[in-house]
Design a protein around this ligand. Structure first.
Ligand SMILES: Nc1ncnc2c1ncn2[C@@H]1O[C@H](COP(=O)(O)OP(=O)(O)OP(=O)(O)O)[C@@H](O)[C@H]1O
Length: 287
């Protein structure tokens, strides 16, 4: 097992950031860790890395408690990227290689083109590629990626995901946090955290499962939107399509009729984002 976290807890003073959380990642699996901001994902990751103490429960990485040794066998890409801004692209890669006691492998062409520039002068997309290169350069058996593609354009994102799949195909376990539905779809399994707890796990289909939303198509979509907001319903807008999650089509129809707005109302499967909102709403914040 690459990661085996069993009922782990982490408290910060009186606040519980991670509560009885269990999570397994096997070699070759891509596990997506999903949750709203503050759900406890980064804290759990830091416990897996051995950077945060475990107050209760147990974490094993490669069958061992987290330590410098287990950390040397995994590649970690933190949310903040962990790059040295004043050092050049090449110096960053060489620094990481030296820390692992290996010769720095060749930079990919895109990074070679900016090799002597300080990291702070290159764009975020290239910075992410560099952070990813640094996480992979010692050929880790496990990858831990905290929002690896946030703020990256769709092409760069799919390129990064190609590499993630290549690593998993070669037997690397992958734990990745993301907010993007397209990325969640590429994971073998998903684990959903809310208020520090595991609240759902399984495939994307299992999780979205029975959750539904109502799609509203109206010639006067802005009026439909306003009417549903006025009725106190949780409305979102996707282009000109008005959507309401977690309520019945009848309820939406009634609100539109009473506001005198004509619209076609249909029940549709909820998106991952809507499902997250619905799950969060259902989860009572433990005291
Ligand atoms: N060192 C700390 N001291 C006190 N509270 C902390 C500490 N680290 C995290 N927290 C709190 O624990 C909760 C979980 O934070 P965490 O960063 O793990 O969430 P997250 O799911 O990774 O969120 P995000 O997606 O925003 O990174 C938050 O309320 C955060 O403020």
């Amino acid at each position: 097992m690459s990661i085996d976290a069993r009922a782990v807890w982490r408290n910060f003073g009186a606040f519980t950031a991670v509560r009885e959380m269990s999570l397994q990642v096997r070699p070759g699996e891509i596990v997506g860790l999903i949750g709203a901001n503050g759900a406890g994902k980064t804290t759990l990751i830091r416990m897996i890395l051995g950077l945060e103490a475990v107050d209760r429960g147990e974490v094993d990485v490669f069958g061992l408690p987290p330590s410098r040794h287990t950390r040397s066998r995994l590649g970690y890409m933190p949310q903040g990227l962990g790059l040295y801004q004043e050092l050049s692209v090449r110096q960053n890669a060489e620094f990481v290689a030296e820390a692992f006691g290996i010769a720095a492998p060749a930079l990919p062409a895109a990074l070679e083109a900016v090799a002597s520039r300080p990291v702070q002068e290159i764009g975020l997309g290239l910075q992410r590629r560099l952070a990813f290169h640094c996480a992979l350069l010692h050929r880790p058996e496990l990858l831990v990626l905290d929002e690896p593609t946030s703020g990256v354009d769709p092409l760069a994102r799919s390129r990064l995901w190609d590499t993630i799949h290549d690593q998993a195909d070669a037997g690397c376990g992958v734990l990745v946090t993301t907010h993007y539905l397209q990325e969640a779809q590429q994971c073998t399994r998903l684990a959903i955290m809310s208020h520090g707890r595991l609240v759902a796990h399984g495939s994307l289909e299992d999780i979205i499962g029975g959750q539904t939303a109502v799609a509203v198509r109206a010639p006067e979509w802005a009026r439909a939107f306003d009417a549903l907001v006025a009725a106190g319903l949780p409305v979102t807008l996707a282009g000109r399509l008005v959507r309401v999650a977690g309520v019945s089509a009848a309820e939406v129809r009634a609100a539109l009729v009473s506001a005198g707005v004509e619209a076609a109302v249909t029940e549709v499967p909820a998106t991952l984002e809507e499902t997250m909102v619905l799950i969060d709403r259902e989860v009572k914040i433990p005291s």
